[in-house]
Design a protein. Structure first.
Length: 139
């Protein structure tokens, strides 16, 4: 989890799945073996969401796919609509907190993850997007 604030124009807001869109490279290792090594992870996650139905998209707030107005409420954009009390309440709960979900199939499809039960360590290596004005990546 991390806090992310908007600066600049009063109508600025974030893209969908902002947490995953900050990650440019994802490498998953288990017991020294590479399970996944994805470059442009941000692009992959963006295109994966294009195939969701409207109902599935509306149910993905935890994955970072809120409605346009919810994104505006969470970033306190100048053109937000405050008439929907449910969205306002939900936005106030989440506020500026975002997360980068680690949703690899080894965790989702193979039961609950407990490091002591697995015989080897599961490791996620993330490379974050380059920050404007800096030549190195955040690690």
């Amino acid at each position: 989890m991390f806090n992310l604030n908007v600066a600049g124009h009063a109508k600025n807001t974030f893209v969908n799945k902002v947490g995953q869109n900050l990650v440019t490279s994802l490498k998953v290792k288990f017991g020294g073996e590479i399970l996944q090594d994805t470059q442009r992870y941000d692009l992959l996650q963006t295109y994966n969401d294009l195939f969701l139905s409207k109902e599935e998209r509306e149910d993905r707030l935890k994955q970072g796919i809120p409605s346009v107005n919810m994104r505006k409420l969470r970033t306190n954009a100048g053109d937000k609509v405050t008439s929907d009390t449910g969205e306002v309440a939900l936005a106030s709960v989440h506020n500026t907190k975002y997360r980068i979900p680690l949703d690899h199939p080894v965790l989702n499809d193979h039961g609950v993850f407990y490091p002591k039960v697995l015989p080897n360590h599961l490791m996620f290596e993330l490379t974050f997007a380059q920050v404007a004005g800096y030549s190195s990546y955040l690690q």
